[in-house]
Design a protein around this ligand. Structure first.
Ligand code: FAD
Ligand code: DLZ
Length: 502
């Protein structure tokens, strides 16, 4: 009697529910590199290499722990190229009498799993809030406010709690977390991992098969094992957590990481658990090694945002990625795939994405997402781009952030207003404008920062839909204060830029 245990690339956790449900003596663990997963969007080569290398390392660890692992490599001539084909082949190969697997993290793959004959699908219990708990919380609400959810999670886990009250007397210290970076400030670089023999082999495979995808394979230095991920966590806690809050929303020319943790890929692959990461940050606070604004801000990202977007993804249903509240239809501008742009903020964010398969949160939200929304890009195209280019991109976490938070395509399910900004915001939060060819103070004219006219044009274009939003009142008041001929000039300026984009 053999039980087949298919284990997916983002299920690399030794305490996975399916591994707990069977014994090494009765089961064969199936891991599969399949072309479908590498190409359903054109993933960044570093992302594919990260998944394949981490999967191969995890398979070795399982074998050392006594499991029988059937690992199908991408270049296996018999590889069918998709999960269902490989599960069918493996079931026959091993004479499997049943299939036990953990539910996939996205609708597309879950639907495939549901068609595997007789498969027992187990809940993925590596999150702090179950899908059912989130739905119970969300269903009766008119608005799903993340901050309300976060407080429940703080009480549930006891993280940064003093009895029933938040440590320090406040739930949220965000107002202390918007500092700009002083000139000459030096950030401690993150711990990187040189490719070992397994990673090197995978990088060659990926370069050969997917070298035409956007992104550079050179410089790959991601953690590919739990041991490395724990080292990256310890390094972040020791060297960068203390400054995480202060410069959380800052952007600096030539600085890819600042004080961000770079832990999202390890968390999303399952190499780290969200609770252990939060507990490590809390311990640093309790030991006096990091201030409360930093630790609370960091824990909120994981305990709050990460759990919230996962709950929202499943609550919103499989058609969430097709939402298009603002009826935007423009194809994704070529600059997202590396075509030259004179906008310094955009070129910095796209170049970091190309080199690292990574950009930090404010680049994703307020530079790339903001630009895509202002120019009226089809949100489905924006969604596919983000899913392709980031090492941490899995649909359950990417889609709410893109469709909901950054494109306002869900009509306000997630965000209370569109995250729209002109050049003034970028100038306040970064030093990019100082070396940009455009003048951030100008709205019109040949050297005016395009973000300014695009911002006002966006508001004007969507006045019917957005002007009743209380949180946009001040912006629309600003727009109406322009003289009519200035409004015309601004919109002509935006139209000129948009015509150039097309
Ligand atoms: P840090 O800044 O160090 O934050 C710590 C951790 O908090 C992250 O590792 C992550 O696990 C979690 N986190 C922070 N913000 C969020 C958030 N908004 N939603 C969920 N978790 C969060 N995150 C992904 O993991 N995968 C994605 O595909 C993804 N796509 C995004 C797309 C857009 C448009 C935006 C605005 C955000 C997206 N995020 C995504 C959230 C966030 O930008 C990344 O988690 C973060 O940049 C990863 O870098 P880091 O590990 O250094 O994060
Ligand atoms: C992202 C990814 C890639 C590129 N390749 C594979 C793969 O070949 N095999 C695999 O098991 N997982 C891969 N993944 C991660 C999956 O896309 C992810 O597990 C599903 O999206 C889960 O829903």
């Amino acid at each position: 009697m053999t039980i087949l245990v298919p284990l997916l690339g983002d299920q690399l956790s030794h305490n996975l529910a399916s591994l707990r449900a069977v014994t090494p003596a009765s089961a064969v663990v199936l891991m599969m590199e399949v072309a479908d997963e590498a190409t359903y969007v054109p993933h960044h080569p570093q992302k594919i290499a990260l998944f394949f290398s981490a999967m191969r390392h995890f398979a070795e660890e399982l074998r050392q722990a006594g499991w029988t692992v059937d690992y199908v490599t991408l270049d296996d001539p018999a590889n069918t190229g998709d999960f269902t084909g490989e599960v069918t082949r493996a079931a026959a190969r091993h004479g499997a009498t049943s299939i036990v697997t953990v539910k996939a993290g996205e609708w597309r793959v879950l639907e495939a799993q549901q068609a595997w004959p007789g498969a027992k699908l187990l809940d993925d219990d590596r999150f702090l809030c179950s899908i059912e708990q989130f739905a119970d919380w969300a269903a009766p609400r008119k608005r799903m406010v993340m901050e309300d959810f976060y407080r429940i999670m703080r009480r549930q886990t006891g993280l940064l709690m003093d009895g029933d009250q938040p440590v320090g007397g406040q739930w949220n210290y965000d107002q202390e977390n918007r500092k700009s970076v002083p000139k000459g400030h030096r950030f401690t670089p993150p711990l990187r991992f040189a490719p070992d023999a397994i990673t090197t082999e995978v990088m060659a495979l990926v370069a050969g098969r997917f070298g035409n995808h956007f992104g550079s394979i050179d410089g790959f230095s991601w953690a590919v094992t739990r041991e490395q991920a724990l080292a990256a966590l310890a390094d972040f806690i020791t060297h960068r957590l203390a400054g995480f809050g202060d410069y959380q929303d800052a952007m600096v020319t030539g600085e890819d990481v600042l004080n961000h943790s770079l832990l999202a890929p390890a968390l999303n692959l399952g190499l780290l658990s969200p609770l252990e990461v939060c507990q490590a940050a809390e311990a640093a606070y309790l030991a006096g090694a990091a201030p409360l604004n930093a630790v609370e801000g960091f824990i909120r990202q994981i305990l709050g945002w990460r759990e919230y977007v996962r709950g929202l993804y499943w609550f919103a249903g499989p058609d969430y990625t097709a939402r298009n509240h603002l009826a935007a239809t423009r194809p994704l501008p070529a600059l997202f795939w590396g075509a030259p742009t004179d906008l310094k903020c955009l070129s910095q964010a796209v170049d970091a994405t190309r080199r690292n398969a990574m950009a930090h949160h404010i680049q994703r939200l307020m530079i790339l997402g903001n630009f895509a929304m202002l120019v009226g890009t089809d949100p489905a195209e924006v969604h596919r781009w983000y899913l392709a280019v980031y090492a941490d991109a899995l649909e359950w976490v990417e889609a709410p952030n893109v469709i909901g938070m950054s494109q306002f395509a869900d009509g306000g399910l997630m965000a209370t207003k569109p995250y729209a900004a002109g050049g003034a915001y970028v100038n306040r939060m970064s030093n990019h404008c100082k070396t940009c060819r455009y003048d951030v103070k100008q709205r019109t004219g040949p050297t005016a920062c395009p973000l300014n006219s695009l911002y006002w044009d966006f508001l004007a274009r969507h006045e019917g839909l957005l002007s009743s939003n209380q949180r946009l009142w001040r912006m629309y008041d600003g727009w109406r204060r322009f003289a009519p001929d200035e409004q015309v000039r601004i919109r002509e300026q935006a139209a000129g830029f948009l015509a150039g984009l097309a």
